[in-house]
Ligand binder design. Structure first.
Ligand SMILES: *Cc1c(COP(=O)(O)O)cnc(C)c1O
Length: 347
């Protein structure tokens, strides 16, 4: 049993959802795109539905299949990329609600699925997806078919509460929607934390559910433990790993663990990463390779069988800082080779 073990705590996930939901007086949905931020969208969606989530968000219609299967027909599933060419059958069969993000998508939707529910995605300044004010005005002038299920926009700087962009986008969103009779959504995790002015009718947190910043009170959901597959003694002056980038300054005991950059442990973490033996940190040494990492365990009283990469002391955001990225990327990079174990409800 030499595969690393990724443990996903579904009760912590549900708890994070409940605590975010308490921040808002309106509905709280859940963003489960990218396979539930790498943690397994079926298990995640089922547990969040048990916790009370009724509106789910995915990036692509294809992601809807697994989620609809576990959720049944009740909960709504919204698709951020809207109605893409060729998606009509899938949207209909899976009962997915596309968030139309251009006049072209609106036309496509009306042509192929005239009676199928839809939402609208507006651009309030991020310039990523969504209709800008003139395009939206033109679409409205032609007339919206039946009422949209949701009108939404997305904040570019919500993880920086003091950023002027937040209020600017909120104002732009209000301007584009104030005389519209449809539920509105602006906030993801960061937006929820900005306060009630940003909550509108439905929030759609993602990363905070999975234990990531900017939700500082989040409980860790992903725990990752790596098996030690060899321990060797290294003399002073000997080197470890590709490129001889680490040289032993003392007689050292080096553990080799079975995981590497192919498992989402970014090579940029070389020389910056530590693994944990219980409460004790152990520095990794040498370069992270595809399947293996060297760890200095000289100071441990007994040789470890496993070393932890993600635990209560080392969060996805700490790894992200060390790698020069964000917790989202650490989570969604977690590899397919891990053995996965789910703790908590939703069994
Ligand atoms: C990914 C995404 C979310 C969820 O964002 P988090 O920052 O993970 O909470 C919400 N809305 C849109 C449009 C997204 O792309």
């Amino acid at each position: 049993m030499s595969a690393p073990l990724l443990t996903i705590d579904l009760d912590a996930l549900a708890d994070n959802w409940q605590r975010l939901a308490k921040l808002s007086r309106s509905e709280t949905g859940a963003t489960v795109k990218a396979d539930g931020y790498g943690l397994g969208s079926s298990r995640v969606a089922r547990r969040l539905a048990e916790a009370g989530a009724r509106s789910f968000f995915i990036a692509l219609a294809e992601e809807g299949l697994a989620i609809r299967k576990v959720l049944g027909n009740g909960p709504r599933i919204f698709v951020f990329s809207g109605h893409m060419d060729g998606d009509a059958a899938m949207l209909r069969e899976l009962g997915l609600i596309p968030l139309l993000n251009s006049a072209e998508q609106m036309a496509r939707h009306l042509e192929t699925l005239p009676d199928h529910p839809y939402g609208v995605q507006l651009d309030s300044g991020m310039n990523r997806l969504g209709m800008e004010p003139p395009e939206w005005a033109a679409v409205r002038q032609i007339g919206l078919p039946n009422a949209p299920q949701l009108v939404m926009s997305h904040l570019a700087c919500a993880d920086e509460p003091d950023h002027a962009m937040n209020a600017q986008q909120r104002d732009a969103f209000v301007q584009m929607t104030q005389d519209l009779d449809a539920p509105r959504s602006l906030a993801a995790t960061g937006g929820m934390l900005l306060g009630p002015d940003y909550h509108f009718d439905l929030s759609r947190p993602g990363v905070g559910l999975y234990g990531g910043l900017p939700f500082e009170d989040a409980r860790a959901v992903a725990h990752l433990s790596l098996p030690v597959i060899q321990i060797r003694d290294v003399e002073p002056g000997e080197t470890v790993g590709y490129g001889n980038t680490w040289t032993a300054a003392r007689a050292s005991r080096i553990a080799t663990v079975a995981a590497g950059y192919a498992d989402g442990i970014h090579r940029a973490l070389s020389h910056k990463l530590q693994l944990w033996a219980g409460d004790q940190p152990c520095p990794t040494v040498g370069r992270i390779s595809m399947d293996l990492i060297g760890v200095d365990v000289t100071d441990l009283p007994t040789p470890p069988e496993t070393l932890d990469l993600l635990n209560a002391r080392q969060t996805v955001d700490m790894l992200a800082d060390a790698a020069g990225t964000i917790g989202y990327e650490i989570l969604t990079s977690l590899g397919g080779r891990y053995r996965r174990r789910y703790l908590g409800g939703g069994a």
